[in-house]
Design a protein around this ligand. Structure first.
Ligand SMILES: C[S@@+](CC[C@H](N)C(=O)[O-])C[C@H]1O[C@@H](n2cnc3c(N)ncnc32)[C@H](O)[C@@H]1O
Length: 163
């Protein structure tokens, strides 16, 4: 078996992809439960209509849609094909159109410095190899660009998503 599948997902990450994707579009309810923090992160990113923006580990695309509503040209990736499928369906009609891909944060399928702004809302923190993911986020962001992340601390309580 090769190290990567056709989406560049590393073999050791495929189990995580299946677990994250198990709820399909129902994951959007979790994003709704933390939507204030997601909106805050995108406001700090401050996307402009001329910006190319990447949302890493987008889930069902909640934050990608927030960024697109600023008029930015948004691409978004997630390790789960089921979540990307849900993101595409939930984003139907959003303009500008969001360019969704199944991809691994540790192995981003984009050239160096291809985005003005790169962000992740409670997403890339779940990558297996943090050093490698951080290196990928900085690689695809242009020099002088902006990188924003929202994270939970290891000791913080998880939000209540029993909506
Ligand atoms: C807590 S969810 C956050 C989803 C979304 N960003 C949000 O704010 O609602 C974590 C996401 O990280 C994704 N993920 C985990 N490891 C990943 C990796 N190595 N590459 C890309 N996505 C990954 C999961 O599939 C899941 O969608």
């Amino acid at each position: 078996m090769s190290e990567h599948d056709s989406h560049g997902i590393q073999e050791p990450n495929r189990n995580a992809a299946a677990i994250w994707g198990a709820g399909g579009r129902q994951y959007d309810l979790v994003s709704f439960a933390i939507s204030d923090a997601l909106a805050h992160t995108v406001q700090r990113l401050s996307p402009k209509p001329s910006d190319k923006v990447l949302d890493v580990a987008t889930g069902t695309g909640w934050s990608a849609r927030n960024a697109a509503r600023f008029g930015a040209k948004v691409a978004a990736i997630d390790i789960s094909a089921d979540l990307i499928d849900a993101a595409r369906r939930l984003s139907a009609g959003v303009e500008p159109t969001i360019d969704y891909h199944v991809a691994d944060a540790e192995n981003l399928p984009f050239p160096d410095e291809s985005f003005d702004k790169v962000f992740s809302t409670f997403g890339v923190i779940f990558a297996r190899d943090h050093r490698r993911a951080a290196s990928e986020l900085t690689r695809v962001c242009r020099k002088g660009g902006r990188l924003c992340m929202s994270t939970w601390s290891p000791t913080a309580p998880l939000p209540d998503s029993s909506l």
